[in-house]
Ligand binder design. Structure first.
Ligand SMILES: [Zn+2]
Length: 65
């Protein structure tokens, strides 16, 4: 049985800590998750290593320049 790890990240917009579920079985991926506090679209960059383990997660603003 596979359980999704729950990760806490800091929202890059409002700075609040939010919990997200990562499905590492899909490999490295990028997707948007709306902040549950300010509803802004957070770009999540998920890195998964060759063993299928979560190796890194980054939360970015969509409007960074
Ligand atoms: Zn937020």
């Amino acid at each position: 049985m596979y359980s999704l790890p729950e990760i806490s990240i800091d929202c890059p917009y409002c700075g609040e800590s939010i919990s997200i579920l990562i499905d590492a079985s899909c490999g490295s991926q990028e997707y948007y998750e709306d902040c549950s506090v300010c509803c802004s679209p957070i770009l999540l960059v998920i890195a998964v290593d060759a063993l299928g383990e979560l190796s890194g997660i980054e939360a970015r603003r969509d409007d960074a320049c």
